[in-house]
Design a protein around this ligand. Structure first.
Ligand SMILES: C[S@@+](CC[C@H](N)C(=O)[O-])C[C@H]1O[C@@H](n2cnc3c(N)ncnc32)[C@H](O)[C@@H]1O
Length: 325
């Protein structure tokens, strides 16, 4: 499992950029950018170098943690996956690229695509001292136009991106991303009902053209969850001093809620059940909500089944587990 916290090299690069910037100015910009997001706006509010840095300080640790949690889930299902090439669609400050580089030492070639100039400039500034990432290629432009020109990649990632485009655009982009996927496409969204709905729509659309789900679902069938329930996970991450200052936060950590899907060309060799909420542990039994290859199940593991109970005590929300273990 790769750590959900930003790698030291990226933290140092962000700290370096912050030198000479006022933290209270960054906090004001970050607050105004998140207000825009809350009101349904997108990254268009990020226009200057200072905006881009404020956004990265406030949000990059959390989106990085969500992408890393999704990549860790993918690696658990496909431990032999060793992609060489990456396409990061709507890359922004390069969050998913940094996470994929950490998760997959095999990656050699990184292509980032984004329409936002300020975020692209920041991303390129952050990788200058990185041995693995300093030669990334970062194309500026609309996602579909730049993606059409890109070479297919082993791994394609769109993190916290599809929520910024219209439904019709999401449908067209999903198909184009899949066309450019040699092996795996990972899409990550905020863990809200709306983020989940976008993930489910993309999942269904791409299964219809031959994709298989590697994670989180242990099946390629219809999602068994019924509204108001929705499939989402949570990842805890540590907050640095700068992160706390920019967010005006006290707690040394935060929990990022996210929804995701990892789609592959070949079906997964193993189908493990997914833990959909933190299991309830009592002295008598452990109760866990699972998505299994056969559908939704509320599994109870009695304490008297010693080995199974001991194994189930280690289950965490988001884990892939063998039900009978
Ligand atoms: C919320 S940010 C996420 C950035 C990064 N992927 C992350 O996880 O931190 C969304 C990104 O998508 C980009 N984006 C949105 N719509 C786009 C489009 N139509 N074409 C290209 N990029 C787009 C924005 O410029 C922004 O960088």
């Amino acid at each position: 499992m790769t750590s959900p916290d930003l790698p030291a090299e990226l933290k140092a690069a962000l700290d370096g950029k912050l030198r000479g910037f006022s933290r209270s100015d960054a906090a004001g910009r970050a607050a105004s950018i998140s207000r825009t997001y809350r009101d349904g706006g997108g990254s268009g509010a990020i226009r200057s170098e200072a905006d881009a840095l404020a956004y990265a300080l406030a949000r990059m640790p959390a989106t990085y943690a969500a992408v890393m949690a999704s990549l860790n889930a993918l690696v658990k299902i496909r431990p032999d996956f060793a992609p060489k090439t990456l396409l990061d669609v709507g890359a922004g400050p390069g969050t998913a690229t940094w996470a994929a580089a950490e998760a997959f030492p095999s990656l050699q070639d990184f292509t980032l695509l984004d329409a936002n100039d300020a975020l692209r400039t920041l991303a390129l500034g952050l990788v200058t001292d990185s041995f693995r990432l300093r030669d990334v290629s970062y194309e500026r432009g609309e996602a579909r136009a730049t993606l059409k020109k890109a070479d297919p990649s082993d791994l394609v990632v769109a993190s916290y991106m599809i929520g910024e485009i219209s439904d019709a655009e999401q449908r067209a982009l999903a198909e184009l991303m899949w066309e450019k996927t040699r092996d795996t496409l990972l899409v990550v969204e905020p863990g809200t009902p709306a983020g989940y709905t976008r993930i489910i729509a993309l999942r269904e659309r791409l299964i219809a053209v031959g994709a298989h789900v590697a994670a989180p679902c242990p099946h390629d069938g219809k999602c068994p969850l019924q509204a108001p329930d929705w499939c989402h996970f949570t990842q805890r991450l540590q907050r640095s001093r700068a992160h706390k200052q920019v967010k005006g936060a006290e707690l040394p950590f935060e929990d990022e809620r996210f929804s995701y899907v990892a789609l592959t060309r070949a079906p997964a060799a193993q189908r493990l059940s997914r833990v959909l909420a933190q299991p309830a542990v009592t002295k008598v039994e452990i109760t866990a909500k699972l998505c299994t290859p056969e559908g939704l199940a509320v599994t109870k593991v009695p304490r008297r089944a010693k080995a199974e109970y001991a194994a189930a005590r280690r289950w965490r929300w988001g884990d892939a587990v063998m039900e009978e273990s």
